[in-house]
Design a protein around this ligand. Structure first.
Ligand code: NAD
Length: 481
């Protein structure tokens, strides 16, 4: 497929595709080659002002539509996304380096995000409390206003729609600031919105650098809430900057999630899962089980099998359907992942697979599927989020030790437990400090469940009604009868 690459990726403000008011732009690179393939408008405070004003103008009418009317439009957005399934996947794969077969799933999930939240808003019922003969109390919900949405570069289109759909369903209008390393798939959103019939100003997009466009959005006085997904340190800064206006914040942040494998586990399934979690999506997955904790009886066997599996992972052109591990997003990120590989070795971890640029791939951000064994709690590769195809394996002896190791980082996004002992599965899952636990499984999730992290992995929950709670104010009316 010849990709329709725009010469400039413009903003989308009040239904118009516009460059930055001052003409600023930034280069966009293709991760498989690191060649500049286009540029995008680099939003400044003036562009954010214009987008917030357009969203403010559109808010009244949009927020007053019935839930059914908004939901019908969102269903049409889903149809328009699905009609571009192949194109979206190809753009995403080209722009982010994700293997094309995995990018396809992202486009389908993006459409599902819109359908799902259209259903949620229509099915929403409110609380009411009666004190018989005395009082009735009932909840009224009101969309908060113009929502500021700031998203990361990993699975960008899927994560953008995961915020857009509930915000729009709830009756907010939005200003989206996509990640600067992956603006391409969002460039399809204007035509999708127009095909679906979204009124101008309901969805606005301002591209740009985080410290410029993102910061201006965060500080804008007419944006009462910010939904952010990204690194923990960025989230901390944004939360501090939101404090001046006491904005609502939803923070989906980094992770270093443990995957605990007991000796009685179904080992074939556990190893399949470990390999999938850390090497699919190029390891650039917030919920990746990046620390594998393995009971000592099976430690050597697991290491042998992991090394063999990692060695067989096909690294290559993201556009080739045979590729399992594509190119990491950006040369800066690639260098960072490489530094962690060097650091792991320097601190005494044992490299049992990968760790290098694969032979024959001299350009682009390609990294072999990498596994470190004998990783200890004091090592930085154990503690810090690498966000690449690097698995750290640590042995443990007892259940007690497994839980202590699982909880020994500042993060708490996800956790995984593999055992055939039902009692142990539940008690260990209960004791791991994480927002989301999986027992003998991974990555399967009902979209109604709360998604989010504890500790440094986040603040608030997204998913189902939890997202709607964030984008609406609940007011209570007390009536004497
Ligand atoms: P990042 O924090 O560098 O950037 C995220 C977004 O914030 C980008 O759009 C960026 O432009 C913007 N930004 C940066 N500085 C800003 C500032 N000062 N003010 C306002 N906006 C600013 O994150 P990233 O590198 O794009 O993404 C990877 C991170 O995201 C990883 O830590 C990963 O774990 C996390 N993540 C978390 C989840 C989750 O649901 N918990 C999901 C995906 C990714």
């Amino acid at each position: 497929m010849t990709l329709p690459i725009p010469a400039l990726i413009p903003h989308y403000i009040g239904g118009q595709r516009v460059p930055s008011a001052g003409g600023e732009r930034f280069d966009v690179l293709a991760p498989a080659t690191n060649e500049v393939y286009t540029s995008a408008a680099a939003g400044q405070a003036a562009d954010i002002d214009a987008a917030v004003a357009a969203a403010g103008d559109a808010f009244g009418e949009w927020s007053r539509l019935t839930a059914r009317a908004r939901a019908s439009l969102l269903m049409r957005v889903a149809d328009a996304i699905e009609a571009r399934d192949d194109l979206l996947a190809s753009l995403e794969s080209f722009d982010t380096g994700l293997p094309i077969t995995q990018a396809r799933g992202q486009a389908r999930r993006a459409a599902e995000n819109f359908r799902f939240f259209a259903d949620v808003i229509v099915g929403l019922n409110e609380d009411a409390f009666a004190v018989p003969g005395r009082q009735v109390n009932y909840v009224l919900r009101r969309p908060v206003g113009v929502a500021g949405l700031i998203t990361p570069w990993n699975t960008p289109f899927m994560l953008e729609t995961w915020k857009l759909a509930p915000a729009l369903a709830a009756g907010c209008t939005v200003v989206l600031k996509p990640a600067e390393w992956s603006p391409l798939s969002a460039s399809l959103l204007p035509e999708i919105a127009e095909e679906a019939g979204l009124p101008p100003g309901v969805l606005n997009i301002v591209h740009g650098i985080g410290e410029e466009a993102g910061d201006a959005l965060v500080r804008h006085p007419d944006v009462p809430l910010i939904s952010f997904t990204g690194e923990t340190t960025t989230g901390q800064l944004i939360a501090a900057n939101c404090a001046e206006h006491l904005k609502g914040v939803s923070m989906e942040l980094g992770g270093k999630s443990p995957c605990v494998v007991f000796a009685d586990a179904d080992l074939d399934a556990a190893i399949d899962s470990a390999v999938f979690q850390i090497f699919s999506l190029n390891g650039e997955r917030c919920t990746a089980g990046s620390r594998l904790l393995v009971q000592r009886e099976i430690y050597d066997e697991v290491l042998d099998r992991l090394a063999a599996r990692a060695g067989a992972v096909r690294v290559g052109d993201p556009g080739d359907p045979a590729t399992e591990l594509g190119a990491l997003i950006h040369p800066e990120h690639y260098a960072r992942v490489g530094e962690y590989v060097a650091l792991g070795t320097a601190q005494g971890a044992r490299l049992i697979a990968g760790g290098r640029r694969p032979a024959g791939l001299s350009d682009g951000n390609f990294m072999e599927a990498t596994v470190f064994a004998d990783v200890t709690e004091d090592m930085r590769v154990f503690q810090e989020e690498i966000f690449g195809p690097v698995l750290c394996v640590t042995p443990f002896d007892t259940e007690e030790e497994a839980v202590a190791l699982a909880n020994a980082t500042r993060y708490g996004l996800a956790g995984y437990v593999w055992t055939t002992d039902l009692r142990r599965a539940h008690t260990v899952a209960e004791r791991i400090d994480a927002g989301m636990l999986w027992i003998n499984s991974h990555n399967v999730r009902d979209l109604r469940t709360p998604f989010g992290g504890v500790k440094a992995s986040g603040l608030g929950r997204e998913g189902g009604r939890h997202s709607i709670d964030f984008y609406t104010e609940q007011r209570i009316v007390h009536v004497n009868v």
